[in-house]
Design a protein around this ligand. Sequence first.
Ligand code: ADP
Ligand code: MG
Length: 286
Amino acid sequence: SVPLAFFSGIGAASKRGILLKGGLAIEGLDNVKAVVMDKTGTLTKGEFVVKEVKSYGKLSEKQILNIAANCEQSSTHPIAGSILVAASERHLQLVSPNRLEEISGKGVAAEFNEGTVLAGNAELLELYQVAVPAEVAELEGTVVLVAIAGRFEGAIVIDDTLKEDAKEAVAELHGQGLYTAMLTGDGESAAQAMGNRVGVKRIFSKLLPQDKLQRLGELRSEIGPVLFVGDGINDAPVLAGADVGAAMGAGADAAIEAADVVFMNNTVTAIPKAIRIAKATGMIAK
Ligand code: ADP
Ligand code: MG
């Protein structure tokens, strides 16, 4: 049976936009030692905007953007969305590929009459053995690399912004004596820039969905029970595998379903708030 105190905890949380799915969520939150957060959509707004297009070959910046947009037409990734918005603002005519493959955590590979076009991260280009000049690693932000027929042609720099309360929330978690980490599939430079700004203790970048679960397991054996907070379809297995899984209310349905806790107002400060409520409730129940 659920102790009466849990109901008051659930009620107090719901008034603050925090959905606790039962007494186990409260007990779990009361016991966590580490909070691991996904970057995109959890610590950041997940609103990507194209900031810069760079050509490293003979093509114009407009052509680079057009080619990337051709590849991203059917992708639902927020990165794809920002590229399509930028292309439409510049009134670019899109061409459909003959064949297309979206590779999870890497990007898109598409067949056009000109050959295979890649739009994605360094791992995608590595997979197709396309060499990328070293200076590209210095671009700050989320970078989409574009290659045509085995040649690197350009890069699109995309910016996301931190949620206003991300830094404050991480400081509060530290004040509660908790360890913090950030996980992301994004590249190292974008991950370091965001992670350092919010002040998390550890940053893991370039992770594939299955890597995220493994890192979580490592942190659990090192620190103790882990709360994972995510938002994407990719995050569902990690949410289920964490001691407590929490999802942002604006996240994917699969993430919300897999979560024990949902932050309806999408704020980061809801995390320490939920833990505070769980601790207060736990004390009454004990
Ligand atoms: P996150 O962990 O930030 O939610 P994902 O696992 O969805 O990220 O993707 C990881 C990385 O894979 C992205 O940061 C990007 O570099 C690359 N990527 C994924 N999908 C696409 C796409 N449609 N176009 C370009 N790059 C992509
Ligand atoms: Mg995500």
